[in-house]
Design a protein around this ligand. Structure first.
Ligand code: ATR
Length: 288
């Protein structure tokens, strides 16, 4: 099935800048919403190699784009080239959503943390930030967005564990006493009394080994979530489900992070529901 979206000469245009970009589900995701809401507009994949990304981003206003998403490996460049930043983009240190303002300047936003927390709330209805400590595994760019979102949701304590301890320490220093570093060898004990556990590493992704984390100490009341969504149920989520925990897969983070951009570019607040999820999943299966 092809996505037929009619665009007139007045159509609003946005896209996703990445390298590579062919694997991105964002065109399919936004295409679904464009059709659902009958928007005169288009959302296109923009494969931009790192040597030309500055020119491409600066050209967006001149090409009449309303803005664009920015994905790997360009999120830091987009951060640097933004004329203004939202508070959350500044704190996360990356930009995944560019909005062309009426005066042609670029507003940089980062909706990854927002997508993460909205997905967690939707998938684990009883979960509340203040309920208890969080354990975050991994200390890359994704971990920073997750930590900002968890702190904003009122999580009282975050235990951060990363294979390379030094990287976790550097990240923790940005946040103050609520974020503590747990040595990689002690990550399993950090799960005692945790209310939520988040994998932000690539472990568990198709083609990668499973995350090596024993859940023996984890209370059954904890929620376990993974930012990996290929497969939807990672070995970590399968183990957590068997342990009796509520689990939340990572696909919803991708769906929810797209909402603020769509609203800004196309003027409609879009909804995440089962039909959207099924549409994006079908696209992922087709790509395999
Ligand atoms: P990002 O793309 O999020 O900025 P990244 O550099 O891809 O970050 O890092 C992904 C995370 O996966 C890191 O926390 C990394 O741990 P290191 O800092 O020790 O490299 C983690 N990771 C990757 N492979 C891993 C493995 N085999 N075991 C445990 N953690 C791993």
């Amino acid at each position: 099935m092809t996505d037929l979206v009619t665009v007139t000469g007045h159509g609003r245009i946005a896209g996703v800048i990445g390298w590579p970009v062919a694997h991105s589900q964002s065109p399919r995701l936004h295409g679904f919403w464009l059709r659902r809401y009958g928007v005169d507009g288009a959302y296109v994949p923009l494969a931009v190699d790192p040597t030309h990304v500055e020119e491409a981003i600066r050209a967006l206003p001149y090409l009449g784009f309303r803005g664009s998403n920015v994905t790997v490996p360009h999120k830091e460049t987009a951060f640097r080239l933004s004329d203004r930043l939202t508070e959350r983009a500044r704190r996360i240190g990356a930009v995944n959503t560019l909005i062309v303002e009426p005066d042609g300047t670029l507003l940089g936003d980062c909706t990854d943390g927002y997508g993460f927390i909205e997905n967690l709330k939707a998938g684990a209805s009883g979960w509340q930030g203040p309920a208890g400590p969080a354990v975050v595994i991994g200390a890359g760019g994704a971990a920073r967005a997750v930590i900002v979102a968890l702190l904003d949701a009122g999580v009282p304590e975050i235990r951060l564990s990363n294979r390379t301890r030094e990287r976790a320490e550097r990240l923790a220093r940005e946040f103050g006493p609520a974020v503590t570093v747990v040595d990689w060898d002690h990550r399993a004990s950090a799960l005692a009394d945790a209310a939520v556990v988040v994998n932000t590493t690539t472990q568990g992704m198709q083609g990668h080994p499973a995350l090596d984390l024993s859940l023996d100490r984890l209370p059954e009341s904890a929620v376990v979530t993974d930012i990996v969504y290929t497969p939807l149920e990672t070995p970590l989520l399968a183990a957590a489900r068997a342990h009796g925990c509520v689990t939340v897969d990572g696909l919803g983070m991708l769906l929810h992070q797209a909402r603020p951009g769509f609203a800004a570019w196309f003027g409609v607040e879009p909804e995440v529901d089962d039909a959207l999820r099924a549409h994006v999943l079908a696209g992922m299966k087709r790509a395999l």
